[in-house]
Ligand binder design. Sequence first.
Ligand code: GLA
Length: 425
Amino acid sequence: MISPESEIRGPAQRAVQRLERLVRETGRSEGLEPSGIRVAIAPGRVNLLGGHTDYNEGYVLPVAVDRFVSCAVAVDDSGTIEFHSLDFDDRFTLELARLSNLRGDREEFEQLAGGRQSRWRRYVAGVILEMDEAAVPLASGLVAIAGDVPVGSGLSSSAALEAAIYTAFGTGVQATPEAALLCQRAENRWAGVPCGIMDQFASLLAEQGKALFLDCRRLTYKNVSLPGQSAITVVDSGVRRELADGRYSRRRHEIETALEILRKVAGPIKSLRDLSPGDLAGMEDLLPHTLRKRVEHVVGAIERVPKGVAHLALGEVERFGQLITECHHSLARLYEVSIPELDIIVESALEVDGVFGARLTGAGFGGCCVIFHREGCEEELESAVTEAFEAGFGSGLSFHHLHAASGARLLSEAEISEISESSGS
Ligand code: GLA
């Protein structure tokens, strides 16, 4: 399960290469010392247990994976930060002296980041604005950003982008739960996505070879080892969705409505974390059918996480895998965030010998499934899933064999010069 360090090279190398070209072309940062270049990388994530449980103050068990967003900065004293995205072929500039104005003027912010094609700007500017508000000293300079986390696929490219920006600009600032909260705030406030805390937390605080067991109410966490011989395959359905498209918010709204009803009878319930499946038994008739299903999913999904962590500790990998699959079935049948493409991937994967469990990852409505399996059955898995998928939906699948990566970090000077030399510039 250990990620080959070479995996970080793709995005970091592309970002550094572009940055060096920009420095040459613009003449900005002339005479820049190698130490004036900072390069951060931050991973995407899959979630093994928990699903829509983070914003219910429950537990989650994500794993950061070796797909990264990299942010390379050439620091200067210009007073402006010029961001270049290689993947979106777009750029924009922020003036440090005007950040507080920008925070206060939504119209100006919308002008800067409002276009559909420039959504990435919202995440980047959002983190910078939040860092400025939190009085983190910010450097100016040229910035190049590149990534290989597929966008809109449930692997959390947005949190990886936020974490990469935070890490590149907050030099010396350790990744902390507060940093995750800051990045989440950036996404809630500036990208308009009411996401929970799981993705930012995983991208910043995960450890290599481990899953992150997070209590989203207390923000306490523990990185737990994944069994040797186990492996993660991500199957991308090719169906894209955006968290900002409204379906995610609708689920959050349904939960709020359910809580209002439940509070009238059951008293002060702060969140669904306060209920156990046993409590629900007496409350079934209070809720309309759809809301009852939503609540049942969340309460069950929260309970499965510590159970799964206990199975992991005992090396009971099959039982752990069963919980992963149960989570998928609950997300599909009760929370109704799956689609037929994802269901077929899960069901066909489960037929393969060596597969412990399978589920959709992220918010659902499209994107990827994560398959947790014994090392060595990758080939069989690919052919079984491809055959079943193609019979129903034609081509379009892609497979990624991923490793549990560590959270965001700055590359060392040695790593940067190695990348820079091997890129031939
Ligand atoms: C998205 C959100 C997370 C979480 C998941 C569902 O990834 O960003 O906060 O709610 O969906 O588990």
